[in-house]
Design a protein around this ligand. Structure first.
Ligand code: HPA
Length: 276
């Protein structure tokens, strides 16, 4: 009997594929909070609302739309997720990572992920772009449960979660563009509450440079299927412990800060896709 999870992935992929005029996307792109603007640069876009796809839930987070957008970017046929499913919205990990497996079935060769994150590294400022070079996962592992052997092994290697060649290319493109990039470790917790000052300090001591509530489940599922991953965080707040007395972490400010940095991230992603 076929695994119901595989049936769900294949059904959704078949639906999405039927909208792509027989074209295979080379790159899958996950757009984080406030970063959906990259999708506006995709030419001849084919918009596929999640709610029309069999087996998909609706995205509800602030700053997130809920569409796949396929089309040309950097001279390649790509498929972008304008909005993702977060664990804090109450979705099980199977649904959080469903779009990644759907894109795998569609045939992507690379996955680019992005997010809005708090900068716990004291050198990080609002608007900085950070290449994710490694991560610390404090969310449940999305591979818990019976392994889906068709997609990858029971115990996948995570020695190099973020592709070293893509990181090198991104750094060289950024230097050509006079774009200063940070490179660091992304830590994800469940959210949705932001961290306490003590938690920010704890994460910094643990080796994190940026903190958020997403991305890692998608990366684990992509790596399970051997898809090379490039990840980028946009620093939307300085997650320090030296706040002004009236400082508050605010979701709308996070989205506004991400929006302001989205243009730079879009340029970098586009050039990186061109180089593939
Ligand atoms: N913490 C967690 N998630 C976030 C933050 C933060 O400070 N900023 C943006 N996403």
């Amino acid at each position: 009997m076929e695994d119901l999870r595989v049936e769900r992935i294949n059904k959704a992929a078949e639906f999405v594929a039927s909208k792509l005029d027989g074209r295979k996307p080379v790159v899958g792109i996950v757009l984080g909070s406030g970063l959906g603007r990259l999708a506006e640069q995709i030419s001849d876009p084919i918009v596929i609302p999640y709610k029309t796809i069999p087996g998909f839930p609706e995205s509800t987070a602030v700053g997130h739309k809920g569409n796949f957008i396929a089309g040309e970017l950097g001279g390649k046929f790509v498929i972008a997720m304008q909005g993702r499913f977060h664990y804090y919205e109450g979705y099980p990990m199977e649904l959080v990572t469903l779009p990644i497996r759907v894109m795998k079935v569609l045939g992507i060769s690379f996955l680019f992920v992005s997010n809005a994150a708090g900068g716990v590294n004291f050198d990080y400022k609002v608007g900085d772009l950070m290449i994710i070079r490694d991560h610390i996962n404090l969310l449940p592992n999305p591979l818990i449960g019976k392994n889906i052997d068709e997609f990858g092994p029971r115990f996948p290697d995570m020695t190099r979660p973020y592709d070293l060649e893509l990181i090198k290319k991104a750094e060289s493109i950024a230097s050509e563009m006079n774009l200063v990039l940070k490179k660091g470790v992304y830590l994800a917790g469940t959210g949705p509450s932001y961290e306490t000052p003590a938690e920010y300090r704890y994460f910094r001591l643990a080796g994190a440079d940026a903190v958020g509530m997403s991305t890692i489940p998608e990366v684990i599922v992509a790596r399970h299927s051997s898809i090379p991953v490039f990840g980028m965080s946009v620093i939307t707040n300085e997650a320090h412990d030296d706040y002004a007395d009236d400082y508050v972490n605010d979701g709308d400010d996070v989205v506004a800060a991400a929006d302001a940095a989205a243009t730079r991230m879009t340029m970098l992603f586009t050039r990186l896709i061109e180089s593939l």
